[in-house]
Design a protein around this ligand. Structure first.
Ligand code: SF4
Length: 471
């Protein structure tokens, strides 16, 4: 997959292709039922879940209001622990900083663990292009690297693939090692064997961060495979890439968010590995990296502070909104053409691009509200998507037909008598087109509504008629 230009046609075409891809549809169904049910169970087991969400939201609000102060505190604490913080305004600048660190420490072999900010920077491609040997060590990311694809989900990057896809990939890329058949154990062993060599060779481990703790300079990172920890333990140099809004004031805050994160993401009480990295190896200690550098990317986030999109900076990247979104479930992550897919991506992707790219993704929503319902930090995603729609309309970016229809609708709403007559007429016409209470095919502009789904026929009486009867 390559990031697309973000034109409406591109999303529409990509999602149509995805809907016709049976393998993908099976994979997406598995994802929704698996993560959705696990989350529901984990939450049922934690009666204070909603109270934790409220508290988390308050802490995020508070931190964002004092963001420069907490970022400065984080930098000072990292320095006290023997590390360094580097500031980058753009992904390109962040890449150059990481390359500079590779040169400074004379590193050519890099093990990288999953990081959405790293994806935003296209860091692995950049370092490979420069001449470093960079290997993704998260199993899903490793498979995608072999396939030269991008993640389709923020926590389960290869969720669009099944075991056959992975076996084919390994056979095509592992040469003689790629003979382990299709059993999951064999495939995992094969990847483990390959990755082990890379871990041993690595001079630098690059990780992301789930939270940055201002009071201690600690980087909190969760994984389910332990690959980040292995890299950081074996390689002499540790570089963290993170975006600025990951900072939280205290360790207590970080643990509050951790309680919400795993439950919302995978339905686990806590992720298998939760690691806290503070600075470089202490004098006299036997473990830990010799150097510790944190690259903090702004990437357009400061511009969101005090804007109508500020609330997207609350996001803790749990993926729950993706796992419960009917549009994401049908289209899959690649159709979005953005680094961040699903409802959070529909808000964040255009915001990180000045609203010039990916703005149309706000159309990729039924506004069912499920994303807001499951978001652990209560981000009003439908409201934020609506802002993008309004901006598109205001900037004359939405399609001509849509603009004409919306204007017509607005005019009709200002003429109640006519509105009621038109609604009555439309209802009666639609009922005539229905069979057994369902409309399966509409002509003209209405065709898009029924192309992939049926529509219930309108009731015999309109809302206003029912209202009048009941008065
Ligand atoms: S928007 Fe909410 S639900 Fe979606 S990934 Fe972010 S925190 Fe999770």
């Amino acid at each position: 997959m390559t990031a697309g230009t973000g034109s409406p046609k591109r999303f529409r075409e990509a999602s149509r292709t995805a809907l016709n891809n049976e393998r993908l549809q099976r994979a997406m169904n598995r994802l929704q039922s698996g993560f959705g049910e696990a989350r529901a169970q984990a939450i049922a087991d934690l009666p204070e879940f909603d109270a934790l969400r409220d508290l988390a939201r308050q802490r995020k609000d508070f931190t964002l209001r004092h963001l420069p102060q907490y970022l400065a505190a984080f930098e000072q604490a990292v320095r006290r622990a023997g590390g360094r913080v580097h500031w980058a305004k753009t992904p390109q600048e962040a890449n150059r900083i990481v390359r500079g660190l590779c040169q400074e420490y004379d590193c050519r072999h890099v093990v990288k663990s999953k990081s959405m900010v790293g994806e935003e920077m296209r860091l692995a491609d950049y370092l490979l292009g420069w001449g470093a040997d960079v290997i993704e060590t998260d199993l899903g990311e490793y498979i995608l690297q072999l396939r030269q694809e991008k993640p389709s989900h923020i926590i389960a990057p290869a969720t669009h693939l099944n075991r056959d896809d992975i076996a084919e990939t390994f056979q095509a890329t592992h040469g003689e090692d790629g003979q382990q058949g299709k059993a999951a154990e064999g495939l995992v062993q094969e990847a483990r064997h390959r990755l082990r060599q890379k871990f041993k060779q690595a001079e630098m481990a690059i990780t992301g961060a789930n939270f940055l703790v201002a009071e201690t300079g600690t980087v909190v990172l969760v994984t389910n495979e332990g690959n980040a920890d292995l890299g950081v333990t074996l390689a002499p140099h540790h570089v963290v890439v993170s975006s600025i809004e990951k900072v939280v004031p205290t360790l207590k805050d970080a643990f509050l968010f951790l309680r919400l994160l795993a439950r919302s993401a995978t339905g686990q009480d806590i992720s298998t590995y939760t690691s806290l990295y503070t600075g470089r190896r202490r004098d006299g200690a036997t473990d830990g990296p010799e150097t510790f550098d944190v690259v903090l990317l702004d990437g357009g986030r400061s511009d969101l502070l005090d804007s109508e999109f500020e609330e997207i900076l609350h996001c803790i990247r749990c993926g729950a909104c993706l796992n419960h979104c009917p549009v994401y479930a049908g289209a899959g992550g690649h159709a979005y053409g953005s680094i961040y897919p699903g409802p959070m991506g529909a808000v964040l992707a255009p915001a990180l691009n000045d609203g010039t790219v990916h703005r149309e993704l706000s159309q990729a929503s039924t506004f069912c509200g499920k994303c807001e319902e499951v978001c652990p930090v209560r981000i009003p995603l439908p409201k934020l998507m609506r802002y993008w729609r309004e901006k598109s309309f205001g900037d004359h970016q939405s399609p001509f037909t849509e603009r004409v229809m919306l204007r017509g609708w607005a005019w009709l709403c200002r003429h109640p008598h006519l509105y009621r007559s038109v609604i009555r007429l439309m209802s009666s016409l639609l009922r005539r087109l229905s069979h057994g209470g369902w409309i399966t095919s509409l002509p003209g502009l209405g065709r898009a509504w029924t192309q992939d789904r049926d529509m219930p026929a309108p009731p015999a009486k309109t809302f206003f008629e029912e209202w009048e009867d009941k008065r």
